[in-house]
Write a protein that binds this ligand. Sequence first.
Ligand SMILES: NC(=O)c1ccc[n+]([C@@H]2O[C@H](COP(=O)([O-])OP(=O)(O)OC[C@H]3O[C@@H](n4cnc5c(N)ncnc54)[C@H](O)[C@@H]3O)[C@@H](O)[C@H]2O)c1
Length: 432
Amino acid sequence: MSDLFERLKKKEAKLAVIGLGYVGLPIALAFARKLKVVGFDINAKRVDMMRRNEDPSDELPPEAFKGADIHFTADIEDLRDVEFFIVAVPTPIDQQNIPDLTPLLGATRTVGQVLKKGDHVVFESTVYPGCTEEDCVPLLEQLSGLRYITDFKVGYSPERINPGDKEHTLESIVKVSSGCDAESAETVAKVYELVVKAGVHRASSIKVAEAAKIIENTQRDVNIALTNELSIIFNRMGINTFDVLEAAGTKWNFLKFQPGLVGGHCIGVDPYYLVFKAKELGYHAQIIDSGRFVNDSMGGYVAKQTVKKIIASGTNPTDARVLVMGATFKENVTDIRNSKVADVVKELKSFSCHVDVTDPHADGAQVKHEYGYDLAPEMKGPYDAIIVAVNHAEYAKYDEAWFKSMLKPKGVLVDLKGTYRKSVKNLEYWSL
Ligand SMILES: NC(=O)c1ccc[n+]([C@@H]2O[C@H](COP(=O)([O-])OP(=O)(O)OC[C@H]3O[C@@H](n4cnc5c(N)ncnc54)[C@H](O)[C@@H]3O)[C@@H](O)[C@H]2O)c1
C-alpha cells in the first residue's frame, strides 16, 4: 500500500468527489468526517445549495453536513492539490438505449487536467466491463501526459445505495473495490474501509468489479421481466399473479420478485450497458435484451388493459376520466427520472382519455419539464378508472369505500402492485 492512505488520514493529502448527486454527495460527506475533502460538481446552482447544507437530491437532512471537512466547488483550480479522486457522475443511455458516456468522459477530462504523478482515480459510476480502462484511462493519459500504472493509479468501486432506502446505506453495505495493481487495490480498499463499516470486498480486477455491479441490476431486471411476462399470461388465464406468487413463495427456494413498472436510472438502464458491450464483442444478449423489451413495454400494457376495462363499462375512452396515483419511478421517493408512469399516461392520452396525475412526493415543475404534463392540484372524482401506479406510504390509508367514492358506479380500480386485492370486494378490480 502506498503512503497516500496515511497522508489522507493525517489530512496531509486531499480526497475529491467529482459529481455530487444521489451517489456522490453521501460518499463525499462520509469521507469528510474523516478526511479533508473537496466536493466538485459542474452545476454551480447545486454547489451553492450544498454550501448552505442543502442536498439538491433531497435525500439528506441538513444535519448530514455537520462536522464535515468539505469544500464544495465548481472550480477546477480547487482540484489541483487533490491526490485521491472519486468519480460519481451519471451514466445514462440515449434515445436509442445506447450508453451515453458524455458526463463520465467530461468528469474524466476534468481529472485528467489536474492529474499528477502518484495520484489515484477511482470510478464509481455504473459502466460496462472494460469502460474504465478502455474509455477513461486513455483520456487521463492523453490530458495529463502521464502513464497509467507507472505514474498514476486507477480503481473501480461500484455504488450499491438505493434512493429512499434508510436501512441499506453507504456505511452498512459491503463495498466492492478494485485497483489496477496490487498496491493500488489495497490503497483503494483501505480508503473505503474508513467509511464502510460493513467492510470491503477486494475484487480481482477492475473489469471484475465493473461486471459485478452491472450483473446485480441485470439479474434483477431479468427476474422482474419474467414476473411481468407471467403476469401477462396469468391475466389471460383469469388468475391473479400476486396470488400465484404468494402460493409459490412458500417454497424455500422460490425467488420473490414482483411484476411492475421498471423505471429509474439503474435497473432500467444498466442492462443496456451490458447489451451494448456484448454486441461490440459480437454477441447478441438475447435474454437480457428480451427482459428489457418486456419491462419497457409494461407502461403501454397497463394503459391498454385499463382502456379495455373502460370500454367494457360502456364508456368511450374519449369521454373517460382516469386518475393516475403516483408519478415517481418508485415508492416514497421524489425522483421522477425515467419513471415508467409517464408511459402509462402517454398511452392513455393516445386513446384520448382525460388523465389526472397526482403524487405527494414529485415536484410538479420537474414533471412538467421532463414529461410535458402538469400534476393535478387535487383528486377530484368521479373517475372511470383509478390507477395506483406507485405504492407511496400515503396511499395505505385509502380503502374500498374511498375508491368507491372517487369512481363512477362502473369504474375500475387498477392496482399495479396488488396492494388492495384482499380488501376490495365490490369494485371492478384489476392488478398486474
Ligand atoms: N442513484 C443511485 O441510487 C445509484 C445507485 C448505484 C449506482 N448509481 C450510479 O452512480 C452514478 C451516479 O448516479 P447518481 O444517481 O448519483 O447521479 P445524479 O444524477 O444524482 O448526480 C450526478 C451529479 O453529477 C454532476 N455532474 C454531471 N456531469 C458532471 C461532470 N462532468 N463533472 C462533475 N459533475 C458532473 C451533476 O451535476 C449531478 O450533481 C451513475 O453511474 C449511477 O448509475 C446510482
